[in-house]
Ligand binder design. Structure first.
Ligand code: NDP
Length: 459
């Protein structure tokens, strides 16, 4: 067994050392899951739902301790950690409400002597390889519908959210999900790679495009059901008829919430030249008002970066932007440790030749670009290999609809940003991913439709 050390990103302190699973341990877990899955699928849906209802009650009962752990492990400010746990509840409720209807057998033809039916079967054993930035959300978006629909799950939380991942598993086991049906796989990238080598029936991955590509390559040739929820470079466009202050406050929150470490964080802003300067003033004021500090402090809005390695990525983007003539309005670099701290950074006079406007930042760094009108804004919003979300700010719904219809993205927003709904599919276009979670489609994603052709012989 290898060891995995978990640090507090705010202080650099070691929080725990966990035993990581090596390849033989991962293989043994996969065998156990395979053996256990048919009995889990054979249990009634009511039984499986009751487990998830008890899990929900467990999350509610332990909310404060779970939020505290999430904050110490990832650096997410405590209020945002609570928001994540609170936001999980409507997701659970949605899955519980919808699973029966979505997975019920369907008769699609009933004629004299001939019936056609669709049955929704579980995929079998699925691997859930998950990111650290919203571990409850991205973990449970897969775990809950997968378990409800009768799959066994091998769950590898990110090494940066292993303790939270362990709590998710503990609560699901305590709620009645058998230990063999849901198994944690603990470790870093090597452990993830060992998991992919197992004969699983589906792989559900949330993480960066670079790792997602490696995952897809390692599965090529095996024809395993694969979903990839990857990064983004999400734009927001502010039209000249928008209120600059309201738009600035909304987009500043979208850019800086969780220190910019959201897959759907606002990463690029385009503002009509007529209100550009007013918007920048309000935006800088809003970011300046965000309190940085101990993430356990109730007043903190900006915490540390979860991963130390991201400081170098952000600094390289900042240096490149400065070298190419961007104007620094706020921040501009790493802050002294201990811990992984980066100043909230705002640039203007940016362009698409800068890495800041092309590559995912995944941190509290943003560029604001002046545009002459809708055509230019739309062209710039689509000038990306990613396509997760995009937003437009204007009071004119028709204008917003025209613009958003032209945007290549999985989710589009009018006068809002950085928002996820359990009722809507969460998906990406281009390098933002393949497949989806959430919505009724995100339940069916864990099932395989089997077609029944039933011809009765008249006797
Ligand atoms: P990574 O790609 O670094 O890691 C994702 C997961 O893959 C982790 O569990 C990681 O393990 C594991 N992993 C690493 N290497 C391998 C490998 N060779 N084989 C199998 N698994 C491997 O992403 P992050 O965790 O840093 O997450 C941030 C990224 O996730 C951002 O790009 C963000 O945009 C994206 N994201 C997308 C979401 C979406 O819904 N589209 C939602 C949330 C995040 P370990 O961490 O232990 O190394």
């Amino acid at each position: 067994m290898n060891a995995l050390t978990v640090h507090n990103p705010a202080t650099g302190d070691v929080l725990a050392t966990l035993e990581a699973d090596d390849a033989p341990a991962v293989a043994a877990k996969a065998r156990t899951a395979r053996d256990a899955q048919p009995a889990w699928a054979a249990r009634s849906l009511a039984d499986r739902r009751a487990c998830i209802e008890r899990f929900r009650a467990g999350v509610v009962a332990e909310r404060e301790a779970l939020a505290h752990l999430l904050t110490t492990e990832t650096g997410k400010p405590i209020r945002m950690a609570r928001n994540e746990l609170d936001g999980l509840l409507p997701r659970i409720d949605f899955f519980l409400e919808q699973v029966e209807r979505v997975t019920a057998d369907e008769t699609v033809l009933a004629q004299e002597g001939l019936r056609e039916r669709i049955q929704h079967l579980p995929l079998g054993v699925v691997a859930n390889i998950s990111a650290w930035n919203y571990p409850w959300f991205v973990g449970c978006n897969v775990l809950l519908p997968a378990l409800l629909t009768g799959n066994a799950v091998l769950y590898k939380p990110s090494e940066f959210a292993s303790l939270t991942g362990r709590e998710i598993v503990r609560l699901l086991h305590a709620a009645g999900v058998p230990h063999d049906v849901l198994q944690p796989v603990v470790g870093g990238g090597e452990t993830g790679a060992a998991l992919l080598a197992q004969p699983v029936h589906g792989v559900f991955f949330t993480g960066s495009h670079a790792t997602g590509q490696r995952v897809a390559q390692s599965l090529a040739g095996r024809l395993v059901h694969l979903q990839l929820e990857l990064g983004g470079k999400d734009p927001g466009y502010v039209c000249e008829d928008a209120d600059p202050r309201t738009a600035a406050e909304s987009l500043a929150d979208g850019a800086m919430y969780n220190a910019g470490q959201s897959c759907c964080a606002v990463e690029r802003i385009y503002v009509h030249e007529a209100i550009h300067d007013a918007f920048v003033r309000h935006f800088v004021e809003a970011v300046r008002g965000m309190r940085r500090g101990d993430p356990l402090d109730e007043a903190t809005y900006l915490g540390p970066l979860t991963r130390a390695g991201q400081i170098g990525v952000l600094q390289a983007q900042v240096d490149d932007a400065l070298a190419q003539g961007a104007q620094l309005q706020l921040g501009g670099g790493a802050l002294p440790g201990p811990g992984n701290w980066f100043d909230a950074t705002v640039f203007t006079e940016v362009h698409h030749g800068m890495a800041l406007m092309r590559e995912e930042s995944f941190g509290p760094v943003i560029g604001i670009q002046r545009v002459r009108g809708d055509d230019e804004a739309l062209a710039l919003m689509n000038d990306t290999r990613y396509g997760l979300t995009a937003g437009v700010y204007t009071p004119d719904e028709g204008r917003a609809r025209r613009l958003l219809s032209g945007v290549r993205a999985g989710s589009v927003y009018w006068n809002c940003c950085d928002r996820v709904s359990p009722r809507l599919p969460w998906s990406g276009v281009g390098d933002s991913g393949l497949g989806l979670t959430l919505s009724t489609y995100g339940i069916q994603a864990f099932t395989r439709p089997k077609a029944w052709h039933l011809r009765s012989v008249s006797g």
